[in-house]
Design a protein around this ligand. Structure first.
Ligand code: MSP
Length: 508
């Protein structure tokens, strides 16, 4: 049985879920649903990143002890993803005792193998990023992310011999062109590897920071938050058992935003090499969302909350917009105007109308009872079936390359074709003549098949709408993922469908 292990970044618990984190969740949830429905063995991991300066500071600002604070915010994330219908299999917290133990085990292993050493170091440190910068990485002497001048810090610390693995990593990326995708990000990592990457400072003295995982061989230090957090991808599987690790680790696909490319593209694979573990299969890097052309920020007051969107337009419509409006790997812009236009054109008019017109006619002319198809089917009926077969094939090819927007486009092209089929076959006109009722019955049967295939293809993308279509079609759950049932064979004679639900009420 094919397998896939899907991971999201672990979200820092110093904020709330927003458009950016929701986007990663929606992409990964869509893929997890997609593969599960197709019978793949799937493990889907998410969680929260809870150690480090930033979190300690946020806890202090909230006047709370860091553990109590992270308990609370981590729960907010988990509850938000549950309300959004995200179907993760496991939620990891970097404060979970099994994770802490595994990080310490791995540190000990790498230390004993000689790839961690103690040294005195002076460098430019950005507290926002919680890392040292080389002068070259700075922009006009400032941290490119936080735009502040880094502080010169001199202290003794532990270092990971990252540089030792540089060449091996470069060779791996050269030999596996889709290790990091899309290609632009692979090239970015290769560019990073053209300069010496140096070693990585992986400890913080407790005199400066206590909120972290203690270095097991020197209790005066805690572990650098990134070294701790990245290990979650393995510790979660190990927690589920060695068998789970063996099964799923070779199929690991990480999904991240482009801001955290370096830790995932450079730190993590070299850490895995030092730990003697195989590398992940793919690192999938997505772009950033702006809102009406601007960076999303609390101070601008333009932060989009997934729960507010769910309340306003429904989770499916929010999913649709994010997946349809962005190309994986590229930046995208969240605009009210395009949200409105896409919702009304694609969801309300195209899909929504197809569902309501078909089921309304089935009810009016046949009290919901499905009629026989024409035998042999006329060309126009065959073309409709072909449009959906083609959509199904396109979805498959596109999803394999993370072309989720293209996959949706293919499905909506087919439903649009079905609306045109209604116009061309004109069942409402035909129905005026009792002699034409058998043809009307056949046309509607074809349309029910169109709805059935659309609901099957849409299930991972728009799970609620898909469920509502299947329910209206009165199809039992086992049939929902019966993809290979041929056109015309889903509805047994005498099958009765229900009246139409309003899937997407038009936005005014
Ligand atoms: N804690 C680290 C990840 C550790 S993974 C072992 C972290 N957390 S984060 O909460 O700051 O960011 C999580 C993810 O949200 C990142 O992948 C980031 O790219 C993504 N996004 C944050 N803002 C975003 C947008 N505006 N648009 C798209 N994604 C964005 O980094």
């Amino acid at each position: 049985m094919p397998r896939i292990y899907i991971t999201t970044p672990l979200y820092y618990v110093n904020g709330d879920p927003h458009l950016g984190s929701a986007y990663t969740m929606i992409i990964t949830d869509t893929l997890a649903r997609y593969y599960r429905l197709r019978g793949w063995e799937t493990f889907y991991l998410t969680g929260t990143d809870e150690h480090g300066d930033k979190i300690a500071q946020a806890a202090a600002e909230a006047g709370m002890d860091p553990k109590a604070f992270t308990d609370q915010v981590s729960q907010t994330f988990r509850a938000a993803w549950d309300l959004c219908g995200i179907t993760y299999d496991h939620f990891i917290r970097t404060t979970d005792p099994y994770h802490v133990r595994y990080v310490q085990e791995l540190l000990t292993k790498v230390y004993e193998a000689g790839d961690i050493y103690f040294d005195r170091y002076g460098g430019l440190y950005c507290f926002g990023c919680e890392r040292f910068y080389t002068p070259k990485e700075l922009r006009d002497g400032r941290c490119p992310d936080h735009l502040v001048e880094p502080t010169l810090i001199e202290e003794e610390n532990y270092f990971f011999r990252m540089g030792k693995y540089q060449e091996r990593l470069r060779q791996h990326i050269e030999a596996h062109p889709d290790f990091i995708r899309p290609e632009g990000f692979r090239n970015e990592v290769l560019a990073m590897l053209r300069e010496p990457i140096g070693d990585l400072c992986i400890s913080r003295p407790k005199s400066r920071l206590t909120w972290g995982i203690e270095i097991p061989f020197d209790r005066r230090y805690v572990t650098y938050v990134w070294f701790d957090a990245l290990i979650n991808y393995v510790s979660a599987l190990k927690y589920k058992g060695e068998e789970m690790f063996q099964k799923f680790w070779p199929e690991a696909q990480h999904f991240i935003g482009k801001d955290i490319l370096k830790p995932h593209g450079v730190f993590w694979p070299t850490m895995l090499m030092a730990a003697g573990l195989p590398l992940y299969k793919h690192l999938n890097v997505h772009g950033f969302w702006t809102v009406e052309g601007q960076k999303m920020s609390k101070s601008l007051g333009n932060v989009i909350s997934p729960l507010v969107m769910k309340e306003r337009i429904g989770m499916d419509a929010f999913r649709y917009f994010l997946l349809r409006e962005s190309v994986f790997g590229q930046d995208a812009d969240f605009r009210e105007e395009s949200l409105h236009a896409r919702y009304n054109a694609d969801l309300a008019n195209n899909l929504g109308n197809l569902v309501s017109r078909t089921l309304a006619m089935q009810d009016r002319y046949f009290k919901g009872v499905v009629q026989p198809l024409d035998d042999p089917p006329p060309a126009i009926d065959r073309q409709l079936a072909a449009a959906f077969t083609q959509a199904a094939a396109e979805v498959e090819t596109q999803v394999a390359h993370l072309g989720l927007s293209r996959a949706l486009e293919a499905i909506f092209r087919a439903t649009d074709y079905a609306n045109k089929y209604i116009t061309e076959t004109a069942p409402f006109t035909l129905a005026k003549d009792p002699a034409s009722l058998p043809r009307v019955g056949a046309v509607l049967h074809n349309l029910l098949e169109a709805l059935r295939v659309a609901a099957q293809l849409l299930a991972p993308f728009l799970p609620d709408a898909s469920t509502r279509i299947f329910t209206a079609l009165a199809l039992p759950r086992e049939q929902w993922s019966a993809y290979d049932v041929p056109w015309g064979k889903m509805f047994p004679p005498g099958h009765r469908v229900h009246t139409a639900p309003v899937l997407f009420p038009r936005l005014s």
